[in-house]
Write a protein that binds this ligand. Structure first.
Ligand code: GDP
Ligand code: MN
Length: 398
């Protein structure tokens, strides 16, 4: 679960990482009050679950409370990086003299956490990191040892700290690792980690992701006002809402969880890794997925039929792929019936429309008989999902 910047900063503060003075608000009037209390210039930061706000107009500076109010009003009324802004963080503006990068995440290959420290951070960090000699120090953390003090100091030194700053900065390094351990964070990133004019170091931005599988034991988060939530990058589309509705009215089997894309190939697939394989295959042969739609767990004919109709109702869909890995508990004949009924209901002749079926499972012989009758090309389990995807894309091209 990705946290908002202000939530990440709450955790940073809990472990003793200095953060700018400020407060999260959800109204222009409240922003004005916070700005008044903070005195002087403030920064208004859109709280969305995406980075890159700086470049997208999501980080603005206000000279006085009136301007803070106006900028907050504008931000709350509009969108930043296509996301609605519901909250903003009002903070005292820092006098930044240096912007650095400090991040910790999981290295899935080494199966260890990796700490990254970069001398230059900020909004261009991705571009900087690509360049050779970008000066990023890396350190893999042994989970039984953690981040020893001398390592933290080395990294702080790498970031350019000296004298008194060395202690302050190495504390931030150790504490950021501490944050990941205490709160089961799979990502903890401070970008930029800044040095201010008076020589102090602070987390000007903070991105934290909590491991979803650890949320059950992270009850403490709720006492900070951080609650588990469903994450969706955007509002569901009409098609997605209808898909969820089809799934809701009948509890038998999974046939829903529709995600819509801008594509030409309707997909009825099995979910999980097999779906990703189908996606890749469709793309490889030149098609474009129009949706993601999971089926399994023996859905009824009606459910499959409604879902097929829904997917075929999307403008621009010119072919349909019904492809899954081997299903152990789903009757193939019922899926076949549902797909055919759905096509017929939309006035589509299965003999003429590019459609492929590759669903090995229970009662498949019955299923194949039905498909045969309606002239739908099917692949048995000896043929790969990839082959089926290729077939339908090429069929739709001609
Ligand atoms: P992001 O673009 O979503 O990562 O948002 P950040 O919180 O990292 O802000 C982007 C940039 O705004 C930072 O790299 C800073 O250059 C600048 N910025 C953010 N907060 C302050 C601040 O308090 N004072 C100053 N001078 N600049 C800030
Ligand atoms: Mn940032």
């Amino acid at each position: 679960m990705r946290l908002y910047e202000y939530e990440g900063k709450i955790l940073a503060q809990k472990v003793g990482i200095p953060i700018p003075a400020g407060k999260m608000v959800d109204s222009p009037e409240a922003a004005r009050e916070v700005a008044r209390d903070l005195k002087g210039e403030v920064v208004i930061k859109a709280q969305i679950l995406l980075g890159g706000r700086g470049k997208a107009g999501g980080v603005k500076f206000a000279r006085d409370p009136e301007e803070a109010e106006r900028l907050t009003r504008e931000m709350l009324a509009g969108k930043i990086r296509d996301r609605k802004v519901e909250k903003v963080l009002v903070e005292k503006k820092l006098e930044i003299i240096e912007e650095m990068y400090l991040g910790i995440t999981i290295d899935e290959i080494k199966k260890r956490m990796i700490l990254l420290a970069g001398r230059t951070g900020g909004v261009e960090v991705e571009a900087i990191a690509q360049k050779p000699g970008a000066g990023f120090a890396r350190f893999h953390v042994d989970p039984f040892i953690g981040v020893p003090g001398f390592r933290a100091k080395e990294l702080a030194k790498h970031l350019g700290a000296a004298d008194k700053g060395l202690g302050a900065l190495s504390n931030i390094v150790s504490r950021l690792y501490g944050l990941t351990q205490k709160f089961d964070a799979s990502v903890a990133e401070i970008n930029p980690l800044v040095k201010t004019k008076n020589g102090s170091y602070l987390a000007a931005d903070c991105r934290v992701e909590i491991d979803d599988d650890a949320l059950f034991r992270q009850k403490e988060l709720e006492s900070f006002g951080i609650f588990p939530r469903e994450e969706r990058g955007r509002e569901p589309t009409e098609l997605e809402r209808k898909g969820a509705e089809i799934d809701r009215v009948d509890h038998r089997g999974v046939a829903g969880r529709v995600v819509e894309f801008e594509g030409d190939t309707g997909l009825i697939i099995g979910g999980g890794g097999a779906s990703l394989t189908v996606f890749d295959a469709i793309l490889k042969y030149g098609g474009k997925p129009a949706n993601y739609c999971e089926i399994g767990g023996n859905p009824t004919v009606k459910k499959v039929q409604l879902l097929t109709e829904l997917i075929l109702s999307k403008p621009g869909v010119k072919r349909l792929a019904v492809i899954t890995n081997v299903l152990s508990n789903t009757r193939v004949d019922l899926v076949a019936r549902g797909v055919i009924k759905g096509m017929l209901n939309r006035g589509i002749d299965p003999k003429k429309f590019p459609v492929v079926f590759r669903v090995p499972g229970a009662w498949e012989d019955e299923g194949f008989k039905i498909l045969n009758k309606y002239g739908i090309k099917y692949f048995e389990r000896a043929h790969t999902m990839d082959e089926a995807a290729k077939y339908v894309v090429e069929m739709g091209k001609s």
